[in-house]
Design a protein around this ligand. Sequence first.
Ligand code: DMJ
Length: 596
Amino acid sequence: MYSGGVMEERRDYVTLSLPAVLLPPPAAAAPSRSWRRRWKQLPRLQRVVVVMVAVGLLVGVALLVTTYLSGPSHSSSLSHTPQPSHFSYKLENNLTPPPVMVHLPEPHQDKVETVPEEQALKDDPGHDGRDQIVPPPGLPQKRSARQEAVVAAMKHAWKGYKTYAWGHDHLRPVSQTRSDWLRLGLTLVDALDTLWIMDLREEFSEAREWVATQLNFNLNQDVNLFETTIRVLGGLLSTYHLTKEQLFLDKAVDLGERLVSGFNSGSGVPFADVNLYSRRASKPKWGPDSSTSEVTTIQLEFRDLSRITGNPIFEEKASFVSEHIHKLPKVEGLVPIFINAQTGQWRSHSTITLGARGDSYYEYLLKQWIQTGRTVDYLRMDYNESVSGMEHLLAARTQPSKLLFFGELHGSTKNFVNKMDELTCYLPGTLALGVHYGMPRHHLDLAQDLIYTCVQTWLRQPTHLAAEISYFNTQPNTMDGEDFYVKNNDAHYLLRPETIESLWYLYHLTGNTTYQDWGWQMFQGIEKYCKVENGYTSIGNVRSATDTKPKDKMESFFLGETLKYLYLLFMEDQTAFSVDKWVFNSEAHPLPIYSR
Ligand code: DMJ
């Protein structure tokens, strides 16, 4: 269903025009006889000199024209995008056009800049041989003006959390209270590495103190294995890698040893929930099966824990799930969204989607392959096959603007449904990352086209914020010429990061500042419609600038992901967090890439 040809239509808006000074002069009148006679009367030497000067001038002009027409160098070829002259919070109505051209550096072949383990050990004095893999990145100290604005947002969110929800999972900024879900100080742990990366030392140190003295996993509490793994285990592991502090590893090990009981099922595919105290695993309260994205989005974290500690059990349990799923039947590489932990089989008739409950299965195929130094080939093959399946079965174009979107296949008949979750907007970033690591180049076209659609779902709303779900119009002359619409129940924005995450990958890998400008416009929407006196709130209605219906909840991923990706997006020196050294888990926690 995906038609590559349409992409070309949107790439034609850069034209070259010659400046007037380089245009040829108007045709001169024919020289008169007297001029010819005077020329002949000149001494031979003078005539030679005049001719040489004229030729020199002509060559000079020709060189200037050639240089101009051949265009600027790579880096400046991306800088045609006008930079904003000021950082006001006034929303702009015009949508920035899509990027014209994107150059990715040549894909990696065999050269990945991982830090060999032996080297890292040598670099770390006092190393006991097990607690350090890579040195923390040298973060640039000088922030851009846009980064300063993001840091101000982080401080504002942190202040509200500290005042009204300290040590609890979530801040409710409107009612000045809090809510608990996992009872693990979720926002605080999710935010640790963001605070560290932003160099907010005071805030980091008070958070560290809470982890050291209050974070307790010996709780009679059922927690969701996936959410606890990506947010809490992932947050502790990345903070350990960044700071080298043993405290964070000790906490990660304690948690990992409890969570690993989740894999005690008939098939080895984990149950959805684990009790942290009894270490008993169970199916979710609302149904018999585990979600596919959840059981396949814990591998980066469990593997990292094994590689650091030298205890293989975590990696073995988690890798087994990926291997098992590799052997299950799929629809052109695409997977149903439910799987039974006891039988290890798909729930028949379940939906295929790149959104909720399906999304990060595809993300972790690629990222696991990268994390393992690109040594596990079935992960690469499954990833590539899935992208082909997406193109063939899920990709479609809207009317009238021919926006690319990825729909869903529902029920036993696998009927195509023209719906896409905001969650799916992680995909452009993953596709671009894949191309950087040598996946087919046309995946970058998909990434560019899909990010454009994702950005439209934000910037076409009066709030400049995206709805949770959009439905896309594929029929001509319908829906008053709109490409997509939002249903009442789907009109909320939960402070999600996915589109911003993809903008960071695309900017990081291409240097095209249009991605930054889009991100800046979206950030202004967040500032204008989600910022409240005591933090940031999710809203219930992105379709109205005057009736946003605040939901009174600040999700932990707003600090863990959304603000972190915005900060990275606006960072001038993109080498500090190179995707050649770090692989970001599904909750934006950076983990090291292993060379073997
Ligand atoms: C985050 O917890 C993670 O990014 C997850 O993979 C999907 N959803 C949320 C953010 O939207």
